[in-house]
Design a protein. Structure first.
Length: 78
């Protein structure tokens, strides 16, 4: 399998919403929440206005398609 790990491009930031939704743990037998759950402020802190000075994201690119992402950001949460 040939893939590339690279930084997220500016025009790919919208993909973080998809990966955020996919990261939600949904126990077996429980109905998945609607995709608009990621609009909740408690979740938006992870992706809103992504691209600030301390934000960092790497993606797995397979044959020109982003198939995975990992990102960090400094937040005042705890």
């Amino acid at each position: 399998m040939d893939y590339v790990i690279r930084e997220l491009k500016q025009n790919e930031i919208n993909l973080l919403d998809t990966f955020l939704y996919e990261a939600i743990f949904i126990p077996e037998g429980v109905q998945a929440p609607s995709k608009d759950i990621i609009e909740h402020p408690d979740l938006q802190i992870y992706v809103a206005d992504f691209g600030k000075k301390d934000d960092l994201c790497y993606v797995a690119d397979f044959d020109g398609k982003v198939v995975g992402a990992v990102w960090t950001r400094i937040i005042n949460d705890y």
